[in-house]
Design a protein around this ligand. Structure first.
Ligand code: FAD
Length: 468
């Protein structure tokens, strides 16, 4: 029986543990924190979505319930309750993982793992005792941490990252967010909906780099309407704090004669990305190498430069997403079992859980231009949908990109209500290499937001959309 040690219990590590156990391996999962689930369950996907849902309810109750004839008196926010509900959601999810580990007979050790040699880990526990664990195979799933450059003076009190932002129990009056990526915009939405004045600073001339530009522009308009102020093409030169305020100095990213501008707010949230986490692992003792960006180097089997150690999730290259880490966890378990699994990295969907939501899969137009591929585009606006009018969720578009000759769908990008769920139709169709004509001929239930996908596909095939 193969004896597998997995370091890190995030969505990469715990999913790998379950799949290894299903395939008959003896599995030990090592986690440095008392709580299982990693970034995703404790300080990432789940808590941020809990706060996004709560804040959306509050915003709708305040701004749009009356349009539906629902009149509320004395609406107010209990921030402590909102945060304790989020904590309860985390705890239920963590208990779920503990149950799955028991069910699959995965042995758990809480402690900090490091490599002693090619086949042995040294695990330092909370009481400072050390346990040695030998393994046949090891899976590194140690995840990532926020990037906090020294000049940003990250103090965890006034200058914070997403980890601290998820714990704020008194509603701030103002917040400056550095970075218009997914995490910055999701947390910016939470606070803006609750009533905080949110300012987002971004170095580039657009939000959500890497995602579809048209959708990003639409989303930016909606977020402006929510009250978020954007400062694009701005570079932050310094961040400082006093006992009750943060102060950010910024200037135009390319104009050298631009005057420095000061932005003072209750909090400065640094959301400029995350970096792979390998601290303290003593990787050199097992000959495991990192690339220039400090990501663990792996081959196409996700094997590191030490042949019996594999790596998955945020600690290696690729999108830092929970579902990507999960796919890789299953992949490595199946490789260890001698199977021939496959991951199509081009079909890992990306989602932004703002309102409207934004989601995309496959190629963007920018990528296709760079590849010199000929393509055609079909679009459909949400405002032409009966369902969107019924629920007053009119913002957004669907864009279907397909090969200009073969009609094969190459990418689908959505900004609009429930984009996070709608994108799965596109993922399935791309996985089976469907054409826009296939998508257009599938019966979509009426009235639903999914009709926008059908209409955009009709537009892509021969500009024959029915409702626009
Ligand atoms: P992690 O989840 O980071 O887990 C790594 C684990 O390894 C941690 O528990 C850590 O304590 C442990 N560890 C590290 N070193 C050691 C050691 N030496 N010994 C023992 N244990 C160790 N992704 C999505 O797909 N959807 C989302 O909606 C989403 N929202 C997010 C929101 C926020 C605010 C953030 C910060 C992230 C979000 N992500 C989201 C990203 C997602 O959380 C990560 O991509 C995912 O958690 C990566 O999984 P992982 O298993 O690679 O690592």
């Amino acid at each position: 029986m193969i004896n597998v040690a997995i370091i890190g219990s995030g969505p990469g590590g715990y999913v790998a543990a379950i799949r290894c156990a299903q395939l008959g391996m003896q599995v030990t999962l090592i986690e440095k924190y008392p709580s299982l689930g990693g970034t995703c369950l404790n300080v990432g996907c789940i808590p941020s979505k809990a706060l996004l849902d709560s804040s959306e309810h509050f915003y709708k109750a305040k701004h749009s319930f009356s349009d539906h004839g629902i009149l509320l008196n004395d609406l107010h926010l209990d921030m402590q309750k909102l945060i304790s509900r989020k904590d309860a959601v985390i705890s239920q999810n963590v208990k779920g993982i503990e149950y799955l580990m028991k069910k699959n007979k995965v042995h758990i050790i809480h402690g900090i793992a490091s490599f002693k040699n090619l086949n042995t880990l040294s695990i330092t526990k909370a009481d400072q005792s050390i346990e040695e664990l030998s393994f046949d195979k090891c899976i590194l799933a140690t995840g990532s941490k926020p990037i906090t450059p020294a000049v940003f003076n990250y103090d965890k009190k006034k200058i914070i990252t997403s980890t601290e932002a998820l714990q704020i129990t008194t509603l701030p009056k103002s917040m400056t967010i550095i970075g218009a990526g997914v995490i910055g915009l999701e947390l910016g939405s939470v606070f803006a909906r609750l009533g905080t004045q949110v300012d987002v600073i971004e170095y580039l001339d657009r939000i959500l780099a890497g995602m579809d530009l048209d959708c990003a522009k639409e989303l930016q308009k909606s977020l402006k309407n929510l009250g978020i102020r954007f400062h694009l093409e701005r570079s932050v030169t310094s961040v400082a704090y006093t006992s009750d305020k943060s102060q950010v100095l910024l200037k135009h990213a390319s104009k050298s004669n631009d005057d420095l501008k000061e932005m003072v707010s209750d909090y400065c949230l640094i959301a400029i990305g995350r970096k792979p986490y390998t601290e303290g692992l003593q990787l050199q003792n097992a000959g495991i190498q990192l690339d220039q960006k400090n990501k663990v180097i792996v081959n196409d089997k996700l094997q590191t430069t030490c042949e019996n150690v594999f790596a998955i999730g945020d600690v290696i290259d690729g999108p830092m997403l929970a579902h990507k880490a999960e796919e890789e966890g299953v992949f490595v378990a199946e490789i260890l079992a001698g199977q021939m699994p496959h991951i199509n990295y081009n079909l890992i969907p990306g989602v932004v859980y703002t309102w409207p939501e934004m989601a995309g899969v496959g190629y963007t137009e920018d990528q296709l231009v760079a590849l010199s591929r000929n393509y055609k585009v079909g679009k459909f606006p949400f405002k032409a949908l009966g369902r969107a009018r019924a629920s007053a969720d009119l913002d957004g578009i669907v864009k279907v990109i397909c090969d200009s000759k073969t009609d094969e769908i190459l990418g689908v990008h959505i900004v609009g209500a429930r984009a996070a769920d709608l994108i799965m139709e596109a993922v399935s169709l791309l996985e089976f290499r469907a054409s826009a004509e296939d998508m257009a001929r599938i019966s979509h239930p009426h009235p639903t937001f999914s009709e926008a996908l059908k209409e955009a596909a009709l537009d892509a095939t021969a500009k024959r959309s029915i409702h626009n």
